[in-house]
Ligand binder design. Structure first.
Ligand code: ZN
Length: 431
C-alpha cells in the first residue's frame, strides 16, 4: 500500500514549532494531542468504558500519550504496529522548597533530571515551564518563556585551571539558578507563578516545574543543512511519530494491523513510573483495545505475537573531533537518514529480523539508512526498546536519528533527518 503523503523540509520547520511549544513532557503530549485531534483522533478517558468503533483514539496520562488508529475491518486479534518514543529530556527541575538564595542573590533550588550535560546549562537565559496542580483538583500547564533564570559560570579569573584541567561542577553547589536580587522568602516562586497565570494566591497545591533554554531552534551551517535546538532527544521522534500516525490514518483504511504511537515519560531515568515504558500503560491500552473489540485472552496473545515496535530515539552521529570514540566501521552521519541501533547485549532490542523490517520500511519510502553500534571500549546507552520488548514480549527494533551534543541544553542534527525519519515511520505504519 502506498500513499501520496511524503514529508519534506516543511516537516522540519514544523518540528521547530513543536520543540518551542514543548518545554516540558506535559506540553509535548498536549501539543501531540492537539495535532491528533486535528487529524480526527478522539481522546478516551482511562476511567470510562471504551467503545469498539473504528478510527483514531488516544489516552493521556501525565507526560505520556498512547494513540492508535483502528482501521475498518479490524478483528480482536489484529496485531499492532507501534512507534515508541519518549517525551522527557534531561534538565533542571524545581525542588519542593524552591526558594533559596545566597549573598543577596535570589535562587531557585533545583534537582538534576536524567543524564544532563551540566555545563550546557551555564550562562543561558532560561525560562520555567511545567504543570501546576491546583487545590480544586485540576492541573494546568505553565510556561514562562522569557529570560527568568540563569546558572552563572564562575569567571575564568577565579578558576584559572578551568581550560586545562576541565570544568568540575558539583550538582548541589554549582547548579542552582539565580532569578533576581533580594532575600529568599518561602513561597515566592509559586506566588510569582500564580500572579503570572492570573490565579488567586494560594491556589497552587503542587507543581512539576523545569527550566528550559528560551533560545528558539535554528537552521545552522553554510547551506542551513543542520538544525540546532533543545530537546531533540527525543521530541524529534515524538513529533515524527505523531505526523506518521496522523498521515496513515488519513490515507489508509485497508490496513491489516493497528498503527500505534507510544510516547512515554521518564526514559531519561530508567522508565520506571506509571507513565514510563517500564509501567503497565502501553500493555493496558493494547489489551483494552483488544477487549473492546470483543476479544479474549487468546485474541490478545495472537495480537501481541504479531506485533512489531519501532522504538525511535536519538543516537550519536560521528563527532569530527572525537571520531575514535566510535566503532571504526560505523560512523553515522547527519542527513544520512535514520539509524538502526544494534547492541548484542540487548542495550538495544534490534536483531537480524528487526533489521530486515526496518530496511524494508526505508526501502519502500526511498529513505537512506545507517547503522549504529558502539565502540567495544565505550559503554553503550540504552532506551525504551529493550524494556518494551521484555515487558510485553513484543518484537522491537531500535532506530532513531544521529545527533551531536546529546543531552545538551541545545543539541544538533541534520535538517533532513527529521523528515527522513518521518517517511520511514510512515512506511512502517503502512506495512
Ligand atoms: Zn533519548
Amino acid at each position: 500500500m502506498s500513499t501520496p503523503v511524503r514529508f519534506d523540509r516543511g516537516h522540519t520547520d514544523d518540528l521547530m514549532t513543536f520543540l518551542t511549544a514543548s518545554p516540558s513532557p506535559y506540553h509535548a503530549v498536549a501539543n501531540a494531542a492537539e495535532r491528533l485531534e486535528k487529524a480526527g483522533f478522539r481522546q478516551l478517558s482511562e476511567s470510562d468504558a471504551w467503545d469498539s468503533g473504528t478510527g483514531g483514539r488516544f489516552v493521556l496520562r501525565g507526560g505520556a500519550l498512547i494513540a492508535w488508529y483502528v482501521p475498518e475491518g479490524a478483528a480482536a486479534h489484529t496485531p499492532f504496529r507501534i512507534i515508541g518514543a519518549h517525551t522527557d529530556s534531561p534538565n533542571l527541575r524545581v525542588k519542593p522548597v524552591p526558594d533559596t538564595g545566597s549573598q543577596g542573590w535570589r535562587q531557585v533550588a533545583v534537582e538534576i533530571y536524567g543524564g544532563t550535560l551540566l555545563n550546557t546549562w551555564l550562562d543561558r537565559d532560561l525560562g520555567l515551564a511545567g504543570r501546576l496542580s491546583l487545590r480544586d483538583g485540576t492541573d494546568r500547564l505553565v510556561n514562562i518563556d522569557r529570560p527568568l533564570l540563569r546558572v552563572p559560570q564562575l569567571a575564568v579569573h577565579l578558576d584559572r585551571s578551568v581550560n586545562t584541567d576541565g570544568l568540575k561542577l558539583d550538582k548541589q553547589r554549582h547548579m542552582q539558578p539565580i532569578w533576581g536580587l533580594g532575600e529568599a522568602r518561602e513561597g515566592d516562586l509559586i506566588a510569582f507563578l500564580e500572579e503570572e497565570e492570573g490565579l488567586p494566591q494560594g491556589s497552587v497545591a503542587g507543581w512539576d516545574l523545569m527550566v528550559h533554554s528560551i533560545e528558539p531552534p535554528a537552521y545552522l551551517g553554510r547551506d542551513r543543512e543542520l538544525l540546532a535546538g533543545p530537546r531533540m532527544d527525543n521530541l524529534l521522534s515524538v513529533h515524527a511519530g505523531v505526523a506518521a500516525l496522523a498521515a496513515v490514518s488519513a490515507s489508509s483504511d485497508k490496513l491489516d494491523h493497528i498503527p500505534v504511537l507510544a510516547a512515554f515519560d521518564h526514559e531519561e531515568n530508567g522508565s520506571q513510573s506509571d507513565t514510563g515504558a517500564d509501567g503497565p500503560l502501553l500493555g493496558n491500552v493494547l489489551e483494552r483495545s483488544v477487549f473492546s473489540r470483543g476479544g479474549a485472552y487468546e485474541d490478545k496473545a495472537r495480537a501481541f505475537a504479531g506485533t512489531i515496535c519501532l522504538s525511535s530515539d536519538t543516537g550519536h552521529a560521528v563527532h569530527p573531533n572525537y571520531a575514535e570514540r566510535h566503532d571504526p566501521s560505523h560512523h553515522p552521519r547527519a542527513n544520512g537518514g535514520p539509524i538502526l541501533k544494534v547492541n548484542v547485549n540487548q542495550r538495544y532490542a534490534t536483531d537480524g529480523s528487526g533489521r530486515a523490517v526496518f530496511a524494508a520500511a526505508c526501502e519502500r519510502a526511498g529513505v537512506p539508512w545507517q547503522t549504529f553500534v558502539s565502540n567495544n571500549s565505550m559503554p553503550c546507552g540504552t532506551t525504551i526498546g529493550p524494556i518494551t520488548a521484555a515487558r510485553h514480549g513484543i518484537q522491537t527494533v531500535d532506530i532513531g536519528v544521529a545527533i551531536l551534543s546529546m543531552h545538551s541544553a541545545r543539541e544538533l542534527c541534520g535538517s533532513d533527518d527529521p523528515f527522513l525519519l518521518a517517511n520511514a515511520l510512515l512506511s512502517f505504519l503502512e506495512g
